[in-house]
Design a binder for this molecule. Structure first.
Ligand SMILES: *Cc1c(COP(=O)(O)O)cnc(C)c1O
Length: 382
């Protein structure tokens, strides 16, 4: 059994009760028994999305839900305003292109959040924009975008608002109805702390209207099929779902409900604050702008005197803590600490402590204990 502590932005550590749920007997996925499990799971999913809409669970990672979101509303040459400030913003753009849409790219400097005024400017200039895509928590840079403010703007235009909350739902505020989100997607293996392999999507009436009036090319991810099977009695999925993962999703969502969404988000906020304070106290530099830094993942510039390979290699091999590297042009320049899911002071203190020892071993100028002290203070006084 690998005991390495996962401090990466997904997959995250899964609680034993959730792992155990997966070992239950496999049932017929077209049965009353499974229908009940599906109903319970999707209802909790809608609660976490904070929406009155129906939610759908897809067997497939977060990217499947991203593709379902766009693939069902885009036909050839449809314009999609795509906010790109990192790897996952780029992914929405590529999916738009794959479905023959025409991305209108709003580029945001990596490490910064989008300025809602820029979104308004483009929507004001171009009447043909059919949808706006935004990534709530840009996992590649550790930035949180203001999905509430952008939602207020998009509401006044005839465009669907499509939001990726894969690495934020369950770790930061997401009010699907309250933020005027038309389509929202998330994944199993990030803040919800279920195993990887499932994702969820929710669509409101405006979104369904577009789905019903657009000629799209989907088979496995055709949302009309999910709607039809989902409203059958008992409810089903159109194709065989991962029954075991559904058990795990249900158990993970029950755990989220037991903790309470608000407390869960506060726990993530505190973990993020403690991590940032620990990092700064050690003399390292954060990558993202402080005002928009993420609740769930922190990107840190790799200091001079140590390489990415040395830093993360020592953390992994000597201290059994897995950190994430940078993506694309940030590769080798930043590393990332994921603090999403089942994260408490124990994991943050261990991580910052091991990081101090690692840097000391490479003869960097660190005073042992300063980072850990900052983490402890954050947890004691917030
Ligand atoms: C992890 C992630 C995804 C989905 O990635 P998968 O590997 O397909 O689960 C999408 N968006 C964001 C912001 C993510 O962090």
């Amino acid at each position: 059994m690998d005991e390495t502590l996962l401090m990466i932005p997904g997959p995250t550590r899964v609680a034993p009760r959730v792992l155990k749920a997966m070992s239950e007997n496999i049932v017929n996925h077209r049965s009353a028994v499974f229908g009940e499990i599906l109903t319970e799971t999707t209802e909790m999913m809608s609660e976490v999305f904070q929406t009155d809409n129906q939610s759908y669970i897809l067997t497939g990672s977060g990217t499947a839900a991203m593709e379902a979101a766009l693939g069902n509303i885009i036909e050839k040459d449809d314009k999609v305003l795509t906010i790109v400030g990192g790897k996952f913003g780029e992914r929405f753009m590529q999916i738009t292109e794959t479905h023959r849409g025409q991305p209108v790219k709003l580029e945001v400097e990596w490490g910064h959040a989008v300025d809602p005024k820029d979104v308004e400017y483009i929507l004001e200039e171009d009447d043909d924009i059919k949808a706006v895509t935004i990534v709530h928590n840009e996992t590649s840079t550790g930035v949180t975008n203001p999905i509430d403010k952008v939602g207020k703007i998009v509401k006044d235009y005839d465009a669907l608002y499509v939001v990726d909350t894969v690495s934020s739902l369950g770790g930061d505020d997401v009010f699907v109805d309250g933020y005027n989100i038309d389509i929202c997607v998330t994944g199993s293996q990030k803040c919800l702390a279920a195993p990887p392999g499932m994702s969820a999507i929710t669509l409101n009436d405006d979104a369904w209207k577009v789905v019903d009036n657009t000629e799209t090319y989907n088979y496995y991810l055709d949302m009309k099929r999910y709607r039809k099977s989902g409203s059958a009695k008992p409810p089903e999925t159109p194709y065989t779902p991962s029954v075991s993962l559904m058990y795990a999703m249900r158990e993970a969502l029950i755990a989220v409900m037991e903790e309470g969404l608000e407390s869960r988000i506060e726990r993530h906020q505190l973990a993020a604050l403690a991590t940032r304070n620990g990092i700064k106290a050690m003399g390292l530099e954060l990558f993202a702008q402080l005002e928009v830094s993420s609740n769930t993942v922190t990107a840190i510039k790799i200091p001079e005197g140590v390489t990415d390979k040395e830093l993360r290699g020592t953390m992994r091999n000597k201290y059994q803590i897995e950190l994430a590297g940078g993506q694309d042009h940030l590769k080798g320049n930043v590393f990332r600490i994921g603090h999403m899911g089942n994260i408490t002071h124990r994991e943050i203190i261990s991580t910052i402590s091991a990081l101090e020892m690692t840097l000391k071993e490479f003869n960097l100028d660190v005073c042992l204990g300063t980072g850990v002290a900052a983490v402890e203070e954050a947890y004691l006084i917030g």
